[in-house]
Design a protein around this ligand. Structure first.
Ligand SMILES: C[S@@+](CC[C@H](N)C(=O)[O-])C[C@H]1O[C@@H](n2cnc3c(N)ncnc32)[C@H](O)[C@@H]1O
Length: 250
């Protein structure tokens, strides 16, 4: 692993997996299971192990987005991976795209967008939430995300840049939509996320008034299957309703 690279350290204790995301550096990681010199990770590769001063063995992996998602600090209502996956798939997000995103919240969707897109500009009206999101984005090692504190309803009117994809997860997305086409490239995608039917209808009305194409609204349900010695069946604890996704094209 290279100096400055992020590393996922995993160890088992009493049948439970404990994990830490660290950076290869001259620092130390202090855990219940002993101290690890992080410089000792420099000559390792994924799959190798490192041993703490108390003799506890940790395996070394490269952290991926699901690890950053699990470790992220949360405020408000972060988007779930099932919905994030749909937005990424239906907007066709790729490495050349520049994205406008609002509201940032704790930056969960923002992190996933940043892990794929060329650049992400994200707006959040609460500066304490911007602080949380900034930490999550930095912890995920992303340097292509620009976090701005501001009200997207006003800020979008003053933007002089165009975007390939715009994602809106705010209570007032309907007030942003009339301005979206001014900053979205022709053929670019808008994706909105809204928990209520009423809010979603307002978004649809605003999208229709702004003459978008290829409009569709859906919700994504996720059904986990549980496997046990007694049999195989859908899990009884499931993720219920989260939100409705609306996709539209300029
Ligand atoms: C549901 S959360 C977003 C969650 C985020 N997508 C995530 O995955 O972590 C909605 C956020 O929008 C912010 N917000 C609401 N109105 C806004 C506005 N007009 N401009 C910018 N942010 C706004 C709220 O403060 C809140 O943090």
């Amino acid at each position: 692993m290279l100096t400055g690279e992020l590393v996922l350290l995993k160890t088992s204790h009493r049948d439970k997996v404990r994990e830490f995301i660290v950076k290869v550096s001259d620092d130390q990681l202090h855990t219940d299971f002993g101290i690890i010199e992080l410089s000792s990770l420099a000559d390792k590769v994924p799959g190798d192990t490192v041993v703490s001063h108390k003799g506890q063995e940790f395996t070394i992996q490269r952290p991926k987005m699901p690890d950053f998602f699990r470790h992220a600090k949360r405020t408000g209502a972060p988007m779930m991976p099932k919905d994030i996956g749909m937005i990424i798939a239906y907007t066709g997000l790729n490495k050349n795209d520049v994205v406008l995103d609002a509201g940032t919240g704790s930056g969960i969707l923002t992190m996933y967008l940043g892990s794929i897109a060329k650049r992400v500009v994200t707006y959040e009206v609460r500066d304490d939430f911007v602080g949380v999101a900034r930490k999550n984005v930095e912890n995920a090692g992303l340097d292509n995300v620009e976090l701005r504190c501001g009200d997207i309803v006003e800020e979008i009117k003053n933007l002089d840049e165009k975007f390939d994809v715009i994602t809106l997860d705010t209570q007032n997305s309907k007030d942003v939509i009339p301005h979206v086409r001014n900053v979205l490239y022709p053929g670019g995608f808008l994706a909105t996320y809204s928990p209520f039917f009423e809010q979603t209808k307002e978004i649809r009305d605003a999208i229709e008034a702004a003459n978008f194409y290829e409009v569709m609204t859906f919700e994504c349900s996720e059904r986990e299957i549980s496997f046990s010695s007694r049999g195989t069946r859908p899990s009884t604890s499931k993720v219920g309703h989260t939100g409705f996704i609306t996709i539209a094209r300029a």
